[in-house]
Design a protein around this ligand. Structure first.
Ligand SMILES: [Zn+2]
Length: 245
């Protein structure tokens, strides 16, 4: 799949304004569960045949002295939706960082509970995915793990704006301050992987923050209640990939 198509797929998959649903229903339970994704739709065959799939268990990273990520946070959040797969915030294309001499801009971010990736076998109660694209349409996802602890003001703002009904798109009047969703120390693990939802397209650069942020136990249970079910794809085999930090 060409990179531009990949972005189109990602945006259409997640776009809250798209009323047409994918023709095939996928989910995290029952007939549409992750072990069946690759058989549900011919264009989702990477879900079962891909060799560089996400999520993974991040173990024994190679020290590549990667510098901390410098993210410019000036996101103009546009809207929020609970689409039944995840809680997602669509943004106005403003937030960015440089990677391999290219600018990556934030398109949307969303949440998984429990976490999809693991770090040294450890699972986390919540993982945020910040989906970025460069001008060629290549994707980089910044992942942040949450632990239970102090209340997170950015999560409060998201939960306060959560639409009551599935697939209702709520416009955000005030921009969200995303800084509390990122750890102060932005060193990360890097690996090459895929989308963790159908069509499971590969060529996605994953930047998983080494450090965590917190949310309170009651914030976590509000998230779990909103999602109604776990929305984490199971771990995928590494197939010889190297993880760099
Ligand atoms: Zn995700």
């Amino acid at each position: 799949m060409k990179a531009k198509n990949l972005v189109a797929v990602v945006l259409s998959l997640f776009a809250p304004f798209t009323l047409a649903k994918p023709s095939t229903h996928w989910s995290y339970e029952g007939q549409g569960s992750p072990e069946h994704w690759g058989d549900l739709n011919a264009s989702w065959e990477m879900c079962k045949n891909g060799q560089f799939q996400s999520p993974i268990d991040i173990r024994q990273p190679v020290n590549g002295n990667l510098p901390a990520l410098e993210i410019n946070l000036h996101t103009k959040s546009q809207s929020i939706v609970n689409n039944g797969h995840t809680v997602q915030i669509v943004v106005d294309d403003d937030d960015d960082f440089m990677l391999d001499n290219q600018a990556y801009h934030l398109k949307q971010f969303h949440f998984h509970t429990p976490s999809e990736n693991r770090i040294e076998g450890q699972t986390f109660p919540l993982e945020a995915h910040f989906v970025h694209a460069n001008q060629n349409g290549e994707l980089a996802v910044v992942a942040v793990m949450f632990t239970e602890g102090a209340e997170n003001p950015a999560i409060t703002a998201i939960l306060n704006n959560l639409p009551a009904k599935l697939n209702d798109v709520k416009a955000l009047q005030k921009p969200l301050n995303l800084s509390a969703l990122f750890p102060a120390d932005k060193h990360y693990y890097r690996y090459s992987g895929s989308l963790t939802t159908p069509p499971c397209s590969e060529g996605v650069t994953w930047l998983v923050m080494r450090n965590n942020v917190t949310l309170s136990p009651s914030q976590l249970s509000m998230f779990v209640n909103a999602l109604k079910h776990a929305n984490n794809r199971p771990l995928q085999p590494l197939h010889g990939r190297i993880i760099v930090e």
